[in-house]
Design a protein around this ligand. Structure first.
Ligand SMILES: O=S(=O)([O-])[S-]
Length: 273
């Protein structure tokens, strides 16, 4: 579910607002939505790998933030809300269905003149959260992707420059290069920014239908980007807005694929790396 800034402002007392922090998390301290707790996106991951937190760890993270299983969680994040969609995808897998992303995130909130708080970190009374074992039917791992590559309709949510092989990372992630540039063979490039309006809200259902009109409801769709965050916006648009049933996120994405030996890669320009 997407909620508007107006709706959130009217319902702040009845929901748990969570800002998903990236590094550095200065933005939260400079100003955040009143009552919003800060949880870093890495807290949703395992401590020692890029896999996801165990149900035990997730229960602790959400419990420490004062969140209960029945709470309506409203997520927003830095980086154009991309980590809010990513965490939405993770929490859905863990069975938290009372979940929303703030449409347009903090950018839209500020633009509309709603109040912010900047007097330190919000600390809620701890609660007893119980995360269930995750259902990863919306996720695909690289071995399955590679073994059935031709079965899938692949959507690459990165920028055209990344897709074309001109760069391996967007400017905000320049330090984290991959060995190879290009894209997974057969993938179609639908940069994630196409799905958003200028005010960072998601495009209307009609506009999204037009963007994805080349897909059929039976297609087995796989979306990917560099680490899974931008592609989670496409996953949301396809699954939650347009109702495509067979859409999965390859969260290993280019950071995994572009560092693998011997996997097929397509690029639109000659090798520059
Ligand atoms: O948004 S990202 O995961 O591609 S860096």
């Amino acid at each position: 579910m997407l909620v508007s800034v107006e709706w959130l402002n009217n319902n702040l007392k009845d929901v748990k607002v969570v800002e998903i922090g990236y590094n550095p998390q200065i933005n939260y301290y400079e100003g955040h939505i009143p009552g919003a707790v800060l949880i870093n996106w890495r807290d949703f991951l395992d401590d020692n790998s890029r896999d996801f937190a165990s149900p035990g760890k997730l229960s602790k993270v959400l419990g420490n933030a004062g969140i209960n299983n029945d709470d309506l969680i409203v997520l927003y994040s830095e980086m154009n809300n991309r980590y809010a969609f990513y965490v939405y995808w993770i929490l859905k897998a863990y069975g938290h269905s009372n979940l929303a992303v703030l449409n347009g995130g903090i950018y839209k909130w500020l633009k509309e003149g709603y109040p912010i708080e900047s007097d330190g970190v919000v600390v809620n009374k701890k609660s007893e959260y119980k995360a269930r074992k995750p259902d990863w039917s919306s996720r695909i791992l690289v071995w399955e992707l590679l073994s059935k590559l031709k079965e899938f309709v692949l959507i690459d949510s990165r920028s055209k420059e990344e897709y074309d092989g001109l760069t391996t990372a967007p400017p905000e992630h320049k330090c984290e290069q991959t060995q190879m540039s290009g894209h997974i063979p057969g993938a179609k490039n639908i940069p994630w920014t196409i799905l958003l309006n200028e005010d960072e809200t998601m495009k209307s259902r009609d506009e999204l239908e037009r963007i994805f009109s080349w897909l059929s409801k039976e297609d087995k769709i796989v979306v990917y980007c560099r680490t899974g965050a931008r592609a989670s916006v496409a996953w949301y648009a396809l699954k939650e807005v347009l109702g495509f049933k067979l859409v999965r996120l390859y969260d290993g994405s280019w950071v995994e694929y572009g560092n693998m030996v011997g996997v097929p890669v397509e690029k639109s320009v000659s090798d520059r790396f």
